[in-house]
Design a binder for this molecule. Structure first.
Ligand code: 6PG
Length: 250
């Protein structure tokens, strides 16, 4: 039974990133203590970049980098050298600066010209890493997510096929308004996690955030609303600007 979301409103974006860094350190410490390793799926976009920078600097000494395994919740259909690549963003902000062995980093093979083939390959990577049986879904220790002004999360955009997907773990999702494919985890993977943490910053997210957290519109209209871990924690880390339309204030 999914627990009710924890909504934390931080005064500034910097405080939001510090709170997120604490969640990563806490999650990593607990996972390594209980299971010997920490599996994390990273989000892309612009918001989490400062978190990754913090993890590679202030929080660096507090993290068990050799027992951490990195994945991406979604990726743009571009090579890892492309300025739009989520992998490249994370590598530049964090992975290239910390003692992580390449064997612990599982990026989406988005350079594959066939998006569906890239998605299938990444699904195989998940199935192999987590030693999954055919019907099983991987259980990440932590999945970081962002949210777009349209209520999309990962690359599950409103009105796209991927929002309905319930058997595949990773899909190539055609996003008409972007005229491109995106590679994305599906809802079954997001909702199987031990902890999902959203980072949402900025006034441009305020209206949709109010709809997602307090409105009664259907989840298909705002896919971020469909993220409800079945047996895990759901945390929304918001800055004051993003939370400005919520009835709950700080
Ligand atoms: C991506 C993301 C996407 C992102 C939102 C918010 O690849 O773009 O994974 O889901 O989290 O679009 O993006 P911003 O943080 O840039 O507002």
């Amino acid at each position: 039974m999914s627990s009710s979301p924890e909504i934390r409103i931080l005064t500034t974006p910097q405080e939001l990133f510090e709170a997120a860094a604490e969640e990563v350190v806490h999650g990593a410490t607990q996972a390594v203590t209980e299971r010997g390793r920490f599996t994390i799926a990273l989000s892309g976009g612009s918001t989490p970049k400062n978190l990754y920078t913090l993890l590679a600097t202030n929080a660096r000494a507090s993290l068990p980098w050799d027992k951490m395994f990195f994945f991406w919740g979604d990726e743009r259909h571009v090579p890892p050298t492309d300025p739009d690549s989520n992998y490249r963003m994370v590598d530049e902000a964090m992975l290239s600066k910390v003692p992580v062995s390449p064997g612990n980093v599982f990026r989406v093979p988005a350079e594959n010209p066939t998006a569906a083939a890239a998605a299938d390959a990444y699904e195989r990577t998940l199935r192999d890493f987590f030693s999954l049986a055919p019907s099983e879904v991987p259980r990440f220790d932590l999945i970081l997510l962002g949210m777009g002004p349209d209520g999309h999360t990962a690359s599950l955009f409103p009105g796209t096929a991927a929002v309905e997907e319930r058997s595949k773990l990773v899909v190539a999702n055609w996003v008409e308004k972007l005229k491109t494919y995106r590679l994305s985890f599906t809802l079954p993977v997001l909702n199987a996690a031990r902890c999902v943490t959203f980072l949402v910053s900025g006034t441009d997210k305020a209206t949709v955030l109010q709809s997602v957290l307090e409105g009664d519109a259907p989840g298909e209209q705002y896919p971020a609303k469909l993220v409800r871990p079945t047996d895990g924690k759901l945390i929304w880390l918001l800055d004051r600007a993003a939370a400005s339309a919520l009835s709950k204030k700080i």
